[in-house]
Design a protein around this ligand. Sequence first.
Ligand SMILES: Cc1cc2nc3c(=O)[nH]c(=O)nc-3n(C[C@H](O)[C@H](O)[C@H](O)COP(=O)(O)OP(=O)(O)OC[C@H]3O[C@@H](n4cnc5c(N)ncnc54)[C@H](O)[C@@H]3O)c2cc1C
Length: 624
Amino acid sequence: MNNLTRRDFLNGVALTVGGALLSPREALGLDDTAGVAIPYPPALTGLRGSHVGSFEVAHALRDGTFWARAGPAADTGERYDLVVVGAGISGLAAAWYFRKAAGSSARILVLDNHDDFGGHARRNEFRVGGRTLIGYGGTFAIDSPAPYSAVASALLTELGVDVSRWDRMFERGLYAGLGMDAAVFFDRETFGADRLLRAPGATDPWTSFLAQAPLSEAARRDILRLVGESTDYLPGLDDGAKKAHLARMSYADFLVKGAGCHPDVLPFFQARPHSLYGLGIDAVSALDAWGLGLPGFAGMKLAPTAGPGMGLDARPGPRSPFLHFPDGNATLARLLVGRLIPRAVPARTVDELVPGRVDYARLDEPGPARLRLGSTVVRARPAGDAADVEVSYVRGRRLERVRARSCVLACWNAVIPYICPELPEAQRGALAYAIKVPIVYTNVALRSWISFRALRVSRAHCPGSFFSTVDLDLPVRVGSYRPARRPEEPMVVHMMRTPCRPGLPGREQHRAGQRELFTTTFDTFERNVRDQLARMLSAGGFDPTRDIVAITVNRWPHGYAYQYNSLWDPFWIDGGPLPCVQARKPFGRIAIANADAAAYAYTDAAIDQAHRAVGELLRAPGGS
Ligand SMILES: Cc1cc2nc3c(=O)[nH]c(=O)nc-3n(C[C@H](O)[C@H](O)[C@H](O)COP(=O)(O)OP(=O)(O)OC[C@H]3O[C@@H](n4cnc5c(N)ncnc54)[C@H](O)[C@@H]3O)c2cc1C
């Protein structure tokens, strides 16, 4: 029985219970296995994710400066049955569904603005000490708050992904067997002292944890009361009324105004929802906090059923199966590319694929399906009496155009009004509502993890630090890929940051975080990696100069799909049309996919929306 979820990994520790040291060739990710040095995107280090070169054209389009400087688009002469904009899971799945319906000779072009495919499902690789280490630069796992739909499950099966193998892949007891477990790092800027403490759990009770924590007397007292108490803070209300009440107040307000805690408790809990919501407890409802297992609700005897306006991540009920590959769901993206463009992906099975390489040079070779990277789409418009779609994109410095019978926009909702300005105004407004959640997944390749072992820590929640989580890689075995079992071996450490601005409304926090990410340099990320790890681990012998081999910062200013929130989205709690439903309406022979189309930041949503979008095209006049 699998009892792990992404929520467990990402929701901090369970409180209730660049590249300078690599050779230049490695640092540039140059692949010379074939004797010719070409960039191999997964091995590029430094600032990745939305890397330099991937967003400038789209931003010029947004700012209204693009067309004034663009010359006429050069017709490549290419004609396709389908052009897909966006090579994330949704775009790749759309290409796959279309090909299944139209046949293996269907001509399909997938375009993406990045130099790698997969969208947020991004793979990172490092070479350290003669070994390849694989990390996830985005999408962590097959894991969704609700069971996968029949459509999404069937796709996994078709790709040869057997979710039941997780228990055989995961070396569950590895860190515990070395006496390692979760910790909390208190930083001196927020808490007055740097202190790494084992998180409270079965062996480390709350009393001894709090006795050592750099918290005020009032904060200690109130946290102890919260985790141990049985007070009903809303006596006299029935279950529904309690939930309706909790849905309308932030968890921060609940703690101070509802549970009577001293405000000193807030910094301790502030970052707990960061990794699922990209927001702190000021902007997440008390009801969602209950759903995430945060303390204070034990005495309220809430029935384990969803309340009004509950966040999708926090809803109680059955979840999808869980499966984490070393590169996260980049394995799914690679499997899809392998089905569409077999010449570029020699591996046929998951076991061959995970340790193997994709031949990027072959993705855009002539063939029924092609994948063109580094290509930002600036226009998709009906052409030829609306029987066709003309798609223009910038590749390098060149504006090119192709024609297709149909088009799926599997890119981000917020981009679509600029690509299709003739969409009805209400639809453009609904598309623009989806402000994506900024988030940074940083992978740090270490020479060894001896210091973690010495301090008996395998992961840490850092409520006040630049990075709010620090996790040793999950030990997973796939094919010939083996996790590091001995602390003397190299290891990938995963560090997450969500740049939110407490106090602002949710979507404003996301906008501010996006701006921050676009102006934060790699040097700043690197300095914070070194500083934070040194302060956490120096007592265990950690030396950043000796131990850090390479850093890959996966910067996602446009990260998670925006999910509705009862504190900020009245229609979500009071009822009313959802913007995502209005936003995803097809337009002539153009259909709209992407997880944004479901306002649901999970892989299954990306798949389901691809299936729907292709279905719309196939049912449209002339679409069979
Ligand atoms: C850091 C992170 C971690 C996550 N972890 C999980 C997880 O553990 N489990 C889970 O189920 N989900 C997770 N998610 C969510 C999941 O990744 C997404 O729901 C899913 O992968 C989205 O796929 P997509 O194809 O809809 O969008 P994307 O992956 O965003 O792909 C869309 C692509 O379109 C491209 N594009 C945009 N505009 C243009 C343009 N004008 N021209 C060309 N291309 C364009 C984008 O650059 C992008 O590559 C995570 C997301 C993030 C950001």
